[in-house]
Design a protein around this ligand. Sequence first.
Ligand SMILES: [Zn+2]
Length: 110
Amino acid sequence: MKGISENMYCSDCGKKVKDGADICFNCGKEIPRGINKYITAENLPEEYKPISMWGYFGYQILFAIPIIGWIILIVYAIGGAPNINVRNFARSYFCFYIIAATLLLIVYLS
Ligand SMILES: [Zn+2]
């Protein structure tokens, strides 16, 4: 049974690899993703990095721009976003637009 605190060794030179490192600091060999199980704030893939408050604020303004913003919103919502948090935010914003459009339609028709 492998413990969580077990040391990692480079498959190339055999030296100990720092927890969470992407490369061996001794020989420079890349550590394949998935082998080094220690996820830290530094080695977290770009795809999963959290968005800052101002990041959300910026995306919110972007998605509110008619036509151009809406196209970007749809592209991001269907999976074209560089980050999973941006994708989820785009999906949530898209649902909001659908609800808003439905409510407007109901008000308009009644
Ligand atoms: Zn090495």
